[in-house]
Design a protein around this ligand. Structure first.
Ligand SMILES: Nc1ncnc2c1ncn2[C@@H]1O[C@H](COP(=O)(O)OP(=O)(O)OP(=O)(O)O)[C@@H](O)[C@H]1O
Ligand SMILES: O=c1ccn([C@@H]2O[C@H](COP(=O)(O)O)[C@@H](O)[C@H]2O)c(=O)[nH]1
Ligand SMILES: [Mg+2]
Length: 222
């Protein structure tokens, strides 16, 4: 049976037509530029993204922030699930996170903003594959690197005021484990494609940003 075949029920033909009309991925590399921002918990991804937004007019989409907003949204059917996954340092099923990212990107593209820093995503191989198939192909990945000792110190300090349910020692240990076991393979995967720019993050925020700018200076015309 072919698309449009009159033997196929009308509802099925309508669905086929809609699927055929939706481009895959939703945004081409001409329409949007996507940079993934990865690194261990508390390494400074959000901090460095804020600098890039200030200086280069990127849209900063933190997958964690989008999940926290969805968790807090009244009437969300995923609120409890997200809350549990975040506390346990586990990766929320990709369908939820990708839908949130896709919607947020669509809103921005409508207003003409097309350069995205996607922070803290993809954290698991299935997310990487599905996002690039369905939403957009990334230009490259920024990988912020630091020792666990330094990250732990930063997270515990942030936890004094952040109010985040996962800035406590039990959750932090679980987040580190998830990062090593589940997220590092994503970085390794993009490394095999020569799409990773690694930035050491032990120094001060300003020193890290100077190094970051140096490392991406030839990519900022995107
Ligand atoms: N280079 C740095 N030196 C010292 N403190 C830093 C540095 N970079 C970030 N911080 C601080 O460390 C904490 C974590 O930074 P940030 O929130 O940017 O990390 P993150 O990678 O986005 O964390 P998460 O993975 O939990 O979202 C914040 O309190 C931030 O102010
Ligand atoms: O793609 C993602 C990104 C994040 N999560 C969950 O959110 C927390 C917090 O993320 P931050 O980037 O540290 O703000 C993370 O530990 C995961 O539980 C996710 O599931 N999927
Ligand atoms: Mg963050």
């Amino acid at each position: 049976m072919k698309l449009g075949d009159p033997e196929i029920p009308i509802e099925v033909r309508e669905k086929q037509a809609m699927a055929a009309a939706t481009p895959v991925p939703a945004f081409s590399r001409d329409e949007v530029k996507v940079i993934f921002v990865l690194g261990g918990p508390g390494v400074g991804k959000g901090t460095q993204c804020a600098h890039l937004v200030r200086d280069y007019n990127f849209v900063h989409l933190s997958a964690g922030d989008l999940l926290r907003a969805e968790q807090a949204r009244e009437g969300s059917e995923f609120g409890e699930l997200i809350s549990t996954y975040i506390r346990e340092g586990k990766i929320v099923p990709q369908e939820i996170t990708i839908a949130l990212l896709r919607n947020a990107m669509q809103d921005e593209v409508k207003t003409g903003r097309t350069k995205f820093l996607i922070d803290g995503f993809p954290r698991k191989m299935d997310q990487a594959v599905k996002f690039e198939e369905d939403v957009a192909v990334s230009e490259f990945t920024l990988y912020f690197e630091c020792t666990e000792e330094v990250m732990l110190h930063r997270l515990l300090k942030r936890g004094e005021t952040s109010g985040r349910a996962d800035d406590n020692i039990e959750s932090i240990k679980k987040r580190f484990k998830t990062f090593v076991e589940t997220s590092m393979p994503v970085i390794d995967y993009y490394r095999t494609q020569n799409k990773v720019i690694t930035v050491p993050c032990e120094k001060t925020k300003e020193e890290v940003y100077d190094l970051l700018k140096e490392k991406i200076s030839d990519r900022m015309s995107i």
